[in-house]
Design a protein around this ligand. Structure first.
Ligand code: ADP
Length: 599
């Protein structure tokens, strides 16, 4: 085997090789040529990709420059993980794969966490990393940032490809796009060795080698029998419940989902990132009666939601099971694009496999055609409404309190009002208690407006998601951040200022992970591992880069600062001082934390 370049030459006919006639040689030399840089850019543009999130460095610096010169928006970050998270959430918001561009080895590894998280969450994303030459990597000869990136990426994403020849760039990018967005979406790794970028080939042949992907995420129509099975179960239900997951939000089948709820009158429970698919204030929204509806329901229809840990695996006491892993007696219908998802935790009685738009439309058609269909029993919806109003009244009492210093509730009461007044704004949310309380207190009104820690409950998505949300939508972003969570991506406030993005970050500052009160049990000088610098001024970080910083110690100060941020659209960071004794260790997932359980 020859070198990468000589292999490429065999396919794409080099400019001068073997040309003996001097005229022919000069004609050849004058032929318009293209190179790997431009072919990658052209392939992305041909497929409607207009934004790249990344971090330049060897060997992709020039690629980033040239992409910008060719009209692609290149958003440059301070750490690859944040660029990767930005790409992932851009994929979720747009249904087009979000592109993250990194350098080799360490940059690639930094991006890999985001790629894997994207795959776990079913977000379409392509991580493009520059890499060392195969010859050196395979012989382990010690190249600059040498690493077998393709092998490392493979088990951690949906698909991984490497392109060695300029003439294959079109195929490589087409395959990456299809893999990312078709079926269950996910993360794809595309390995581009440094030498590929400089390879040249005839411009026309290059153009012809590019592929505009036709129908990248084909509709998947469910089988008629599967739909009938689901309708029969729904018809027999006395206490039906719909659970909407972020797959339903991703599918952008908003009208169909609304029609399903309206037509059936079945109460629904939105998972965190499905909040707002229908307004949280909708009369059939059962969020405020969650712990009542899960064990009580007899038929549960999952729409783009997995029965994973976030739903207690569909069994146990949450679902009315007698003990921790016991079945609660519910029958399940599951609408999902992945045929393998059903039965992953409990028996799925009626799997409906297809894309959510097609499946829900098919269900609606079947219900329309069925004269015996009646809406969800009124006794069931009335019982839920009663529970809801009790819980909402109790919450209103808590929210109305004005403790000093602020606690999560009094601060979130402000955030709740600001989001209500600005329903177009996108809410990014991460932390432990900050996450849990925000999710349950702040109502969402429109689809895909709540972006959070997702399936893994990961920390560190905050600023990457915020940047992408603002860039992709042009809308204001409110990021509600625990002080610990913010630390993972806090340096990106410089990115927010650099691109002058309408992002208002609110750091719920309670001096540590979970809180700031823990002590060093060995009695030494070091603070406890969960404690940060007390009274830290995160607002100064935003000021350092020319944004607006506000130190807020009361709900009134927080309200004023948030209103001003919404009015001005300027990069803003509000350091919201929260009682360091408020909150619990591990928030609402204390049950998963062995040390917190013992206490
Ligand atoms: P949540 O965390 O909100 O419960 P999950 O991420 O667990 O949501 O589940 C999302 C589900 O949605 C996945 O099983 C995925 O296969 C499915 N999904 C994603 N996109 C679509 C789509 N367009 N049509 C149908 N199902 C989809």
């Amino acid at each position: 085997m020859g070198s990468v370049e000589s292999q490429a030459s065999a396919g794409s006919k080099p400019v001068s090789a073997g040309a003996e006639d001097p005229n022919a040689q000069s004609q050849e030399a004058n032929r318009p040529m293209t190179d790997g840089f431009h072919l990658v850019i052209d392939a992305l543009k041909l497929n409607g990709i207009d934004t790249i999130f990344g971090l330049p460095g060897i060997p992709i610096t020039d690629f980033a420059r040239k992409a910008q010169a060719e009209g692609i928006r290149v958003i440059s970050f301070r750490h690859e993980q944040n660029a990767g998270n930005a790409a992932a959430i851009a994929g979720f918001m747009t249904q087009k794969p979000g592109i993250c561009l990194t350098v080799s080895a360490p940059g690639f590894l930094n991006g890999l966490t985001a790629l894997t998280n994207a795959t776990t969450n079913c977000f379409p994303m392509i991580l493009i990393s520059g890499s060392s030459e195969r010859e050196i990597v395979d012989l382990q000869q010690g190249d600059y940032e040498e690493m077998d990136q393709l092998a490392i990426a493979k088990p951690l994403c949906k698909a991984a490809f490497r392109v060695l020849h300029a003439g294959d760039i079109g195929v490589g990018i087409a395959r990456a796009i299809r893999a990312a967005v078709s079926g269950r979406p996910g993360g794809v790794y595309l390995d581009l060795p440094a030498k590929l970028f400089a390879q040249s080939m005839d411009a026309e042949a290059g153009r012809n080698s590019l592929i505009q992907v036709v129908d990248p995420a084909p509709q998947q129509i469910p089988g008629a029998q599967a739909v009938k099975r689901a309708v029969d179960l729904l018809k027999g239900a006395k206490k039906p419940l719909i659970v909407l997951g972020k797959g339903a939000a991703y599918a952008q089948a908003d009208a169909e989902i609304r029609a399903l709820v309206d037509k059936t009158g079945i109460p629904y429970l939105p998972m965190s990132m499905a909040k707002g698919l229908l307004p949280d204030t909708h009369e059939l929204c059962a969020s405020a009666a969650r712990s009542y509806v899960l064990p009580e329901a007899d038929v549960v229809m999952l729409v783009g939601a997995r029965l994973n840990w976030l739903l207690s695996h569909g069994k146990g006491k949450t679902w009315g099971g007698k003990e921790s892993k016991a079945w609660g007696g519910q029958k399940f219908i599951q609408i999902d694009i992945s045929p393998q998802e059903a039965d992953s935790n409990v028996r799925i009685d009626a799997p409906v496999v297809g894309d959510i738009g097609s499946c829900v439309s098919a269900l609606l058609d079947a219900l329309d055609a069925d004269a015996s269909w009646a809406k969800a029993p009124a006794g069931w919806t009335a019982a839920i409404a009663e529970r809801k109003s009790k819980n909402i009244a109790k919450m209103a009492e808590t929210l109305a309190k004005h403790p000093a210093p602020m606690n999560f509730h009094s601060a979130l009461n402000v955030v709740r009002d600001i989001v209500k007044a600005n329903p177009e704004a996108i809410l990014v949310n991460e932390g432990a208690n900050t996450l849990d309380f925000t999710r349950s207190i702040v109502d969402m009104y429109k689809p895909r407006k709540r972006l959070d820690v997702g399936t893994w409950g990961i920390m560190g998505i905050g600023m990457g998601f915020s940047v992408a949300a603002a860039v992709v939508s042009g809308l204001p972003v409110i990021a509600i951040e625990g002080d610990s969570a913010f630390g993972f991506s806090g340096m990106e406030v410089e990115t927010i200022c650099r691109y002058n993005l309408p992002v208002c970050v609110v750091v719920f500052n309670n001096n540590g992970v979970y809180g700031g009160t823990d002590v060093n049990r060995g009695g030494g000088a070091d603070v406890a591992p969960t404690v940060f610098v007390k009274g830290a001024r995160y607002d100064k970080l935003m000021e350092a880069f020319g944004g607006v910083g506000v130190h807020a110690t009361t709900p009134a100060e927080l309200r004023k600062a948030m209103e001003e941020a919404m009015r001005s659209n300027k990069p803003t960071l509000i350091n919201a001082v929260i009682d360091e004794t408020a909150g619990t260790e591990s928030g609402r997932i204390t049950s998963l934390n062995p040390s917190a359980k013992k206490k």
